[in-house]
Design a protein around this ligand. Structure first.
Ligand code: EPZ
Length: 415
């Protein structure tokens, strides 16, 4: 059973550079399917979710060469358009191959992603807007079977600024005939990064970084080279580690503006930072509890909610953390409680009484960000914590144990 042993309490020092963003490269990998020429991606993180997407692309006929520092994808010989359940069930982001396959090959058969640990995660916004672009969609045998004579540009308004739906529909519109306007788009930096990638491959997208994207359909995308932005969620995880252990560490390789809301919220709680254009330095700070509501970007990211709860259990005072994006994203709470945290769940709110001494214990990972919360708690807990099922962490944190070891943590990975 893959696990990690972490001994606390610990101080950290030095600096850590985060990897390129998982949630930017996953849709960009789907976007590779739109390109007729070779696409070279730089510094692709070694992550389980990235490997799953690579396998899916390989099954579709994409030729992949090179290593993680420089990986080339050739989609000139795609020989079929079906993304099967065995791969899609392990990673719902696979649904983002639907738009590219449909718009380029006029057909796609993608397994319904199904729910996951944090919620049912439907794809109704993806499907209803693809139909408005001219797709004929049949749901049969757990698959989405989409066909079209050719997608046609039109005006769309998303019922909710869904990240995945924005990305899927944006990619479908890029090769549609005519112009498409998508309103109420997600503003997450990873969506912006995807749009920048598509333009670098020959797409014509404007309004990038705003809630309204305008796409002028083009005949084809060529190919080219691209490197994604740094991973702001990984960065937030290390920043919170620095604050929890009252350490001075530097977290680099990302754009601090992408974490503006989180950094300001932590400052309001008493955190001291030094901010440069490509990173943040934490300083030992006396933090007080503070309330947080997760929201679409630029609000507080749901992907930092679990890590913030770990912080809140430890700092003085009470905090109320309200999860407004997913319906079941508190599975780290029972595990943190086993370490001595005082957290009461009331509907979609977690009421955390801070200032607790946490005690090391065997705990179990349930999903990606919950796993990060357990690692953070283990860094400050008295004694040894055995973090089990760490394969959840491998989905989105590249070399986490090595990076924390480099920062001085007492952490061992046992595969
Ligand atoms: C992306 O998921 C991220 N994943 C998630 O990160 C992140 O938590 C989420 O955006 C929100 O920021 C990737 O980018 C690969 P959504 P996505 O569509 O696209 C509802 C991580 O930890 N919804 O914005 O699936 C949905 O149920 C992962 O790295 C519909 O109702 O998120 C949810 O409640 C976890 N119908 C809300 O919208 C739809 O058609 C937000 O989902 C689509 C979504």
């Amino acid at each position: 059973m893959e696990k990690m042993l972490i001994n606390g309490p610990t101080k950290l020092n030095g600096s850590v550079r985060v990897s390129r963003a998982k949630n930017a490269y996953l849709p960009i990998l789907a976007g590779v399917l739109l390109c007729e020429g070779p696409v070279t991606l730089k510094n692709v993180p070694e992550l389980r979710d990235i490997n799953t997407m690579k396998k899916l692309l390989g099954n579709l006929g994409v030729k992949i060469t090179g290593d993680n520092s420089s990986m080339t994808f050739d989609s000139s010989k795609i020989d079929h358009v079906e993304a099967t359940y065995d791969l899609v069930k392990t990673m719902r982001a696979s649904i983002c191959v639907l738009g590219p396959l449909l718009t380029r090959f006029h057909e796609a058969k993608v397994s319904l992603p199904g729910g996951c640990a944090i919620g049912s995660r439907p794809i109704d916004i993806h499907l209803s807007n693809l139909e408005l672009l001219g797709a004929e969609i049949i749901l049969e045998g757990g698959y989405v079977h989409a066909k079209t004579k050719g997608l046609k540009g039109t005006s769309l308004v998303l019922e909710f600024p869904s990240v995945g739906a924005t990305e899927n529909i944006l990619m479908a519109a890029v090769l549609a005939k005519g112009n498409t306007k998508i309103e109420n788009c997600a503003l997450e930096p990873e969506v912006t990064d995807l749009a920048n990638f598509l333009n670098a491959m020959g797409a014509k997208i404007s309004g990038i970084g705003t809630k309204t994207l305008l796409i002028e359909g083009v005949e084809k995308l060529t190919g080219g080279e691209y490197e994604a932005i740094g991973d702001r969620i990984e960065a937030a995880t290390y920043i919170i580690a620095g604050l929890m252990t009252e350490s001075e560490i530097e977290v680099t390789g990302f754009i601090p503006e992408h974490l503006e809301f989180v950094i300001n919220k932590l400052k309001m709680a008493g955190a001291k930072f030094e901010i440069s254009e490509n990173g943040v330095k934490t300083f030992p700070s006396k933090l007080e509890g503070i309330d947080v509501d997760t929201a679409p970007y630029p609000g507080f990211p749901t992907d930092v909610q679990a890590q913030f709860i770990a912080l809140a259990t430890y700092i003085n005072g009470s905090s109320v953390i309200t999860e407004n994006i997913f319906e079941n994203r508190f599975m780290h709470v029972p595990e943190l409680t086993r370490m001595g945290a005082d957290i009461t769940l009331k509907g979609n709110a977690a009421i955390v009484k801070g200032g607790k001494e946490l005690i090391g214990a065997p705990v179990m990972c349930t999903d990606l960000r919950a796993s990060a919360a357990l690692v953070l708690a283990a860094l400050v807990a008295q004694g040894e914590t055995e973090v089990q099922r760490v394969y959840h962490l491998d989905r989105g944190y590249e070399k986490l144990a090595a990076k924390f070891k480099e920062l001085g943590a007492n952490i061992k990975r046992m595969d």
